[in-house]
Design a protein around this ligand. Structure first.
Ligand code: GLC
Length: 746
């Protein structure tokens, strides 16, 4: 029986392998045959991506700029478009590409579906605070169904840039400071977007971005110079990209920044040596918006033509909005500066993704109106958005267990304009979320109607929050509205005040040099504190903020980020205890801007201190540790860790066993974390490195035994060539509910 079984199994295995091979062969034959028919102009066209440039369901485009692009579209000189929204628009453009060009090659339509499409999920940094990989995969899945139901094929997400700098506006878009957590989250989101089969019309191609090191912009200033060593590049920056490539992410996007003197868009080292050769990546790389052209501004290319040469030689396959390839590839080929092979490689990669999406067999596969209703912005999607919003909330402080609040008999003053703001919770990169479609904190609280909740706006926070491309004007001086807010606070049992950043104060181009509560807010908070100390502070923000004063005075602080459509309901359920907060910070919160960049996996240095004299690594005017560390978050209950035991299963594995018990009087979830320290090594290693985590539900008094297995790879590091090195030595293992844990194997 056994023998037969194995023969059958091997037959099926062989059959499925040969089936996959035959599918690959079929695809390869199709693409090679199509490529052989293409002119150079058409090949360059596939590598050319335009932003939507007119209402394709309306009259022909006017003006030279648009007429020229329209002509190129009809000549098959456009391979992709971005920011075209809606089945009608996409179908109209696809019709031109398929029915009016010589070869009828379908366009691929992309858009920034970063944390939802119409149903907004928490911003990625908030979702990352959930540490719930399954929920993050589901969130991306819903975003993909909504975007694909609206005709889209491709999202420019997940953004997998690691960053340690809260000044950088785009930390809102990523997964924080740690490469291990960042890698797991990248894969979860890619799997959510791409599903099991890209040919399924409710899945979309994903895009790992921005390759690479964009999050290490000097002084946290967006687009700024990046100058990092190979150890940081290989061990901190690249792991989430490598994990994305291994997860078969369909595309990569390069980054605006230079790295160590070479713009990423022109970096053969990054795009060819590492991504396409060492990692054997088969997808295509789209440039970031005009990043090819920007190599002139970088002072790397003399002009657009030489930028085109650098970009194509470096492996940038598709040109987003520089018009460099469509203008100069033919000249570069005529001048023998490039070979046709380098162009063919890029075109084949692009055609391959279009093939995988099923666009050649049915270019209108995604243009199906019927799906619009059943897949977009419905209660099922909102229910998931509520779940993940609840899991993303981080309880930073809860003195005297002021939270959860009683559900009846209380007089509550709800203060601050952000408490009624239905737009800010949508965060930046809000795709097609209807304006003001978020449930506000006030709306969420009203459902608990056995308390008396009265609202006062207090001082204006932002002077004209209607900006899109400009910058918000923050109110720094006008205190009008404060008196009536303080009067209400004085008459109330509790104050819930919502402070922080407008949804568009973080994101691209929105770095801040000061990360305190913006403008008049800290003054307002201090005024409230003078009249009522029972304050629950809800922080709404897109980056870690300097909350030092609040931490020293305010009894309860809830980190809510920008939680998306279901924001108010998620917060109300936490404040009233229907949901026990379980979020953990994916990024350290500094005590002050002077500490930035600050992160948990730092090196020990030669003078770690502390010492009672000045010559050690410290500040004379600030502590060394963050206000709230990576991995930190409180619960309404408490978890006790004990019985940590290590055992060697064999030469290659270590078993780490320990117990966790819920010793409080609430059921709740704990993110159990395991960190490693290599005490000495041929390259200095961080004082802690996250190597395992698991989010687990505990009933009251429930205890669980955890058994994590560490392999040699988990203990190694990547050397300057990007190769894994494992060295025998001494390792310390830590387990706990945050990176601050000192429960160790020593
Ligand atoms: C932007 C961003 C990138 C985005 C692209 C298309 O400038 O850097 O993340 O995907 O342009 O909108």
């Amino acid at each position: 029986m056994k023998k037969t079984f194995y023969i059958l199994l091997s037959f099926f295995t062989l059959a499925s392998c040969s089936n996959a091979n035959s599918e690959e062969n079929k695809k390869e034959k199709f693409i090679d045959s199509l490529l052989s028919k293409m002119t150079l102009e058409e090949k360059a066209g596939q590598m050319n991506q335009y932003n939507g440039f007119w209402d394709a369901t309306g009259p022909m485009p006017e003006g030279d700029y648009q007429k020229k692009r329209y002509k190129e579209l009809k000549n098959g000189q456009v391979g992709s478009m971005l920011n075209v929204i809606g089945v009608d628009q996409i179908r109209a453009l696809q019709k031109i590409a398929v029915e009016e060009t010589r070869l009828g090659i379908p366009l691929i339509f992309g858009h920034d579906v970063i944390h939802g499409y119409k149903t907004m999920f928490p911003i990625p940094l908030a979702e990352s605070s959930s540490w719930d990989l399954e929920l993050m995969e589901k969130s991306a899945r819903i975003a993909a169904t909504e975007a694909s139901a609206d005709g889209l094929h491709w999202t420019f997400a997940p953004m997998v840039d690691i960053s340690r700098d809260a000044r950088w506006g785009r930390v809102m878009e990523g997964a924080g400071e740690d490469p291990y957590l960042g890698s797991k989250i990248a894969v979860a989101r890619i799997n959510g977007f791409q599903g099991q089969d890209l040919k399924d019309s409710l899945t979309i191609a994903a895009c790992a971005k921005h390759f690479a090191a964009y999050g290490f912009a000097e002084s946290g200033k967006d687009y700024n110079t990046v100058d990092i060593g190979l150890q940081t590049l290989h061990n901190i920056v690249l792991p989430s990209f490598k994990a994305s490539a291994k997860a078969n992410v369909a595309t990569f996007m390069n980054s605006f920044n230079e790295i160590n003197g070479i713009p990423a868009t022109g970096s053969k080292f990054l795009q060819r040596s590492i991504l396409k050769e060492k990692w054997n990546y088969k997808g295509f790389i789209v440039s970031d918006w005009s990043s090819i052209e920007e190599m002139v501004a970088h002072g790397y290319s003399k002009d657009l033509k030489s930028a085109a040469l650098s970009a194509i030689k470096a492996g940038s396959d598709m040109d987003m909005m520089s018009y460099a390839y469509i203008k100069y590839l033919n000249n570069l080929l005529d001048e023998k500066k490039i070979s046709i092979d380098i162009i063919d490689d890029a075109v084949k990669r692009i055609l391959s993704v279009k093939y995988d999406l099923g666009l050649f067999s049915n270019p209108y596969l995604y243009c199906n109106d019927v799906r619009e209703e059943e897949n977009i912005f419905n209660d099922r999607n909102r229910a998931l958005a509520l779940d993940i919003a609840q899991e993303s909330i981080v309880l930073l402080k809860n003195d005297a267990n002021i939270l959860p609040l009683k559900k009846s008999g209380l007089k509550i003053a709800l203060l601050g304009g952000l408490a009624i703001d239905k737009d800010s919770p949508l965060g930046n990169w809000r795709a097609k979320a209807p304006k003001n479609s978020a449930i506000s904190v006030k709306e969420g609280l009203i459902k608990y109607n056995n308390n008396t909740v009265k609202f006062q706006k207090g001082p204006k926070l932002f002077k004209n929050p209607t900006f899109i491309d400009g910058h918000l004007n923050v109110n720094n001086t006008d205190t009008s509205g404060t008196y009536s807010a303080l009067k209400l606070a004085k008459e109330s049992d509790y104050v819930i005040t919502v402070l922080g950043e407008h949804g568009l104060q973080s994101g691209e181009g929105r770095s801040r040099s000061n990360i305190k509560l913006p403008g008049i807010q800290e003054h307002f908070l201090k005024e409230i504190y003078k009249v009522n100390k029972n304050i629950v502070l809800i922080i709404m923000n897109g980056r870690p903020l300097d909350l030092s004063w609040a931490d020293a005075h305010i009894p309860a602080i809830v980190e809510s980020w920008h939680l998306g459509t279901m924001s108010g309901n998620a917060l109300a359920s936490i404040l009233y205890g229907d949901c026990n907060p379980s979020g953990k910070l994916p990024m350290s919160f500094p005590r002050s801007i002077g500490q930035v960049p600050i992160y948990y996996n730092h090196k020990n240095t030669g003078r770690p201190g502390p010492s009672d004299y000045v010559f050690w690594s410290h500040y004379s005017d600030e502590k060394n540790d963050p206000l709230y560390p990576f991995g930190f978050g409180l619960s309404y209950t408490n978890f006790e860790y004990s019985n940590l035991e290590l055992s060697k299963a064999d030469e290659r594995t270590i078993n780490v066993k320990f117990k966790v018990k819920n010793i409080g009087n609430h059921s709740g979830k704990e993110v159990v974390q395991l960190y490693v320290r290599d005490l000495y090594s041929s390259q200095t290693r961080p004082v802690k490195e996250l190597k395992r985590f698991r989010k687990v539900q505990f009933q009251i008094d429930e205890e669980k035994i955890f058994n994590f297995v560490l392999k040699k790879n988990d203990l190694g590091f990547l050397n300057d060539s990007g190769n894994l090195v494992f060295e025998k030595g001494e390792y310390e293992i830590f387990v706990g509910g945050s990176s601050k844990t000192n429960i160790s194997s020593f």
